[in-house]
Design a protein around this ligand. Structure first.
Ligand SMILES: Cc1cc2nc3c(=O)[nH]c(=O)nc-3n(C[C@H](O)[C@H](O)[C@H](O)COP(=O)(O)OP(=O)(O)OC[C@H]3O[C@@H](n4cnc5c(N)ncnc54)[C@H](O)[C@@H]3O)c2cc1C
Length: 347
């Protein structure tokens, strides 16, 4: 086990922001995870589990305890019931796994192409995009329970998946470390073309391949700076900064009658239990935060109104200041409280 001290966390995040970790260990296997947990326990260190750092705002003070970076690799493939089963190490790069699945002509994750981060990060917020979510293909998740230092497998139904939620970021937050994820994909299956941008893209191609869909998703994402690129400062972000609010129909009707909604009604999409999902991007823009808005060294992406970006050399405090400003603006204009999607570390 290689224990490092006072390691800057900024290079481990897509925001490129964050102070140092007092201790830092990269674990390449489940037994290394257990060793690191024993070290943290012995020294009474608070623990933060790091994946690809693509959904984090790390404070300028950093993390006073142990940051455990999950680097468990490996992709194993099996078959059963006409499905292809992929057992994937939590530290594998998510998009590399999607590329592999698409190359193997297996459907189920093609719309999730280009999402940064690790495989282990995907069940945490039930990663989703373009009409697909990982909860549709995850059969189970192998975890280490931090308190008991034991490993177990949680079936899909035990993970409590819903929109950007699972037990891992809600009821059981801080209880488990994900070490492997099991996905069941469909060999030769048709790609999912549900999202408007994708439908438009394939208007003249009724039978696109998985590989064509993957390419299209990556192209669309790049046009919105939702694909990490060192050449695109608009992608120095944590992706969408706010979750789309899910509200009761009466609440939607109240919002739609507001003066700010007289020119055009807010977009609405069906959600569970008769509720409606609203577009956080629409609310943010109409509250006065247009694409390209800047506040010193932070701002809103010029390609996507939901992405807060580090325009260069920004601090976590500056990100938080803009987050607060946007939340206040949306609250004042629409009476809607926006909730951030990234995880705040060390605040
Ligand atoms: C440009 C961009 C675009 C994005 N687009 C999307 C999108 O379309 N859809 C979407 O859903 N998300 C999107 N995201 C957010 C992000 O990529 C995902 O949430 C991703 O799954 C986070 O994984 P990670 O490995 O980077 O996790 P991290 O950011 O390192 O961690 C996030 C949380 O997960 C926990 N965690 C990470 N790994 C483990 C593990 N092995 N065990 C236990 N807990 C763990 C951490 O403790 C933390 O609480 C985007 C981000 C960026 C920067």
């Amino acid at each position: 086990m290689h224990i490092q001290e006072n390691i800057s966390l900024a290079p481990y995040t897509t925001f490129q922001i964050g102070g140092p970790a007092r201790y830092f260990i990269a674990a390449a296997s489940e037994s290394e995870v257990l060793d690191a947990l024993s070290f943290a326990r012995e020294h009474q260190l608070s623990l933060f589990v790091l994946g690809g750092g693509s959904n984090l705002v790390v404070s300028d003070k950093g993390w006073p305890g142990l940051v455990l970076k999950i680097g468990i690799g490996g992709i194993e493939v099996g078959a059963g019931n006409g499905k292809r089963m992929f057992t994937v190490g939590a530290g594998e790069d998510w998009d590399a796994f999607v590329a592999r699945a698409v190359k193997d002509n297996c459907a189920g994750v093609e719309c999730l192409s280009g999402i940064p981060g690790t495989v282990g990060g995907t069940p945490v917020q039930n990663v989703g995009a373009y009409g697909q979510e990982v909860s549709e293909t995850i059969t189970s998740v192998r975890v280490v329970e931090i308190d008991s230092l034991t490993a177990r497998e949680l079936k899909n139904a035990e993970c409590g998946f819903s929109y950007r939620t699972s037990i891992f970021n809600s009821s059981e937050k801080g209880r488990y470390i994900v070490t492997q994820v099991f996905y069941s994909l469909t060999p030769g299956g048709a790609p999912r073309i549900e999202y408007a941008d994708l439908k438009r893209h394939f208007a003249s191609n009724s039978n696109p391949t998985l590989s064509e869909v993957r390419d299209a998703v990556r192209r669309i994402r790049a046009s919105k700076a939702m694909l990490i690129s060192p050449d695109d400062p608009d992608s120095r972000s944590a992706g969408s900064f706010f979750k789309n609010p899910i509200v009761e129909m009466v609440e939607y009707d109240r919002i739609a009658r507001l003066p700010a909604c007289q020119e055009s009604k807010p977009p609405q999409y069906p959600a569970a239990d008769g509720q409606v999902k609203m577009s956080a991007a629409w609310l943010v823009e109409r509250a006065g935060f247009a694409k390209g808005y800047s506040l010193g060294r932070v701002g809103i992406s010029s390609k996507h109104s939901l992405a807060i970006i580090n325009r260069g050399g920004a601090t976590a405090a500056e990100i938080v200041a803009l987050k607060n400003k946007v939340q206040q603006g949306v609250l004042q204009t629409f009476g809607v409280q926006l909730h951030p999607e990234p995880v705040f570390v060390g605040f």
